[in-house]
Design a protein around this ligand. Structure first.
Ligand SMILES: Cc1ncc(COP(=O)(O)O)c(C=O)c1O
Length: 384
């Protein structure tokens, strides 16, 4: 089929890959202990410092994001320790599940799906659980499209506790500001396949000066996910085990792309994409799952339509038009759909997606004015 490779991948990860990154991925293989590999690893770790907002060298794992979540959990805590997990959706829930599996006592601070955690909520919860050794939270909760105010949450936690602050930034790092050192985040983890415009397969972890002694003295058994080993090897510009070298070639190219556009400009672009998506969808009768304040610039969740529609029918009509959007997770399956707009995504991608959604609605017999969501989004973009 002529157009089978021409599609809009508008799911919240994996995300489209820029051509420069795609080309970098196909470079000839090199030895993983070569000088070229060492330079590559050092360049990537240096570049990531800027994106995380830290002076510490980010560790690079060949793994999916979940392995980095697990690494954070088992390096920072030991069985019997108490942890708070702020659960704003499926990925907060994943953190809690990992911790439970390692016999860590979990206190779940449940926030209704679609809402961000308010600093007062963590303050009260922490008062009720003073033995807490670590607080886990999700920066962008991909399952709902919420961006938690992690700088405020971290400040609140630091004011009343010595608990480590551990953040999952898998679905937003590189698209939203991150000032790990300034905000007092002890461990932040992210992955390659979202705003960093790479295929899946790499995960990144920053560790604060405060957390290292705790990690080093932690007797919990771990091997591949022992962060101390990654730190030691990074001092020699290498990794403990063979890294996914082609992904590192890609990462170097992606970091160059981000530097060239400029981080502040990247953040502004994502804000514009969020506003275009939200305004466009609302213009044709959709209801959004999150408020403007709580919404992430990387993913938008749609909870319904003024005229009740079948979300899965909409998704399959979009698929026929080569526009892929995501469904809901856990109890939101079949109830919501989610549009990813992070990484290699510009305003025209949003206009195309909205145009396809208008056509799908029309095919479903919903009366809307064709072009109205596109026009609304264009207006947002023009005035951005
Ligand atoms: C916020 C968040 N955390 C963790 C993960 C898990 O990452 P992976 O699927 O790479 O293991 C995802 C993936 O969608 C995510 O969005």
């Amino acid at each position: 089929m002529l157009f089978q490779d021409k599609f809009q991948l508008r799911i919240p990860g994996p995300t489209p890959i820029p051509p420069q990154v795609q080309m970098a991925l196909t470079q000839p293989m090199i030895g993983h202990r070569s000088t070229t590999a060492s330079t590559l690893i050092e360049t990537c770790s240096e570049g990531l410092k800027h994106i995380f907002g830290t002076q510490e060298s980010p560790l690079i794992l060949t793994s999916s994001g979940t392995a980095a979540l697990e690494a954070a959990a088992i390096n920072a805590l030991m069985p019997g320790d108490e942890a708070i997990v702020i659960v704003t959706g499926a990925f907060g829930d994943r953190f809690a599940k990992i911790l439970k599996r390692y016999q860590i006592k979990v206190h779940r601070l449940e926030i209704p799906w679609g809402h961000a955690c308010d600093p007062h909520q963590i303050q009260t919860f922490l008062e009720a659980h003073p033995q807490t050794s670590a607080v886990f939270m999700t920066y962008c909760e991909t399952s709902t499209g919420v961006l938690n105010p992690i700088s405020l949450l971290a400040r609140t936690i630091r004011q009343q506790s010595d608990a480590l602050i551990i953040v999952d930034a898998v679905s937003c790092l590189g698209a939203v500001p991150s000032l790990v050192d300034q905000w007092g985040i002890d461990i932040m983890v992210s992955g390659s396949q979202k705003a960093l415009m790479l295929p899946p397969g790499l995960a990144f972890v920053t560790v604060s000066q405060r957390a290292w002694p705790i990690i080093e003295q932690n007797p919990t058994p771990r091997f591949y996910l022992d962060l101390h080993a990654y730190r030691k090897q990074l001092e020699n510009q290498t990794t403990p085990y063979t890294p996914a070298l082609n992904l590192l070639f890609g990462l170097e190219a992606a970091l160059t792309q981000i530097e060239t556009e400029g981080l502040p400009q990247v953040f502004t672009r994502h804000q514009t994409l969020k506003r275009m998506t939200r305004a466009g969808l609302e213009a044709i009768g959709f209801e959004l799952m999150t408020s403007e304040r709580d919404a992430s610039p990387t993913v938008t969740s749609v909870s319904g339509h003024k005229q009740a529609i079948h979300t899965e029918q909409l998704r399959s009509l979009l698929k026929e038009m080569h526009v892929h959007v995501a469904g809901g997770q856990q109890h939101m399956k079949g109830k919501i759909f989610r549009i990813g707009h992070m990484g290699y995504c510009d305003g025209f991608d949003i206009l195309t997606t909205l145009a396809a959604i208008e056509m799908a609605l029309t095919k479903m017999g919903i009366t809307i004015e064709l072009g109205s969501s596109v026009r609304t989004a264009q207006e947002v973009w023009i005035h951005a």
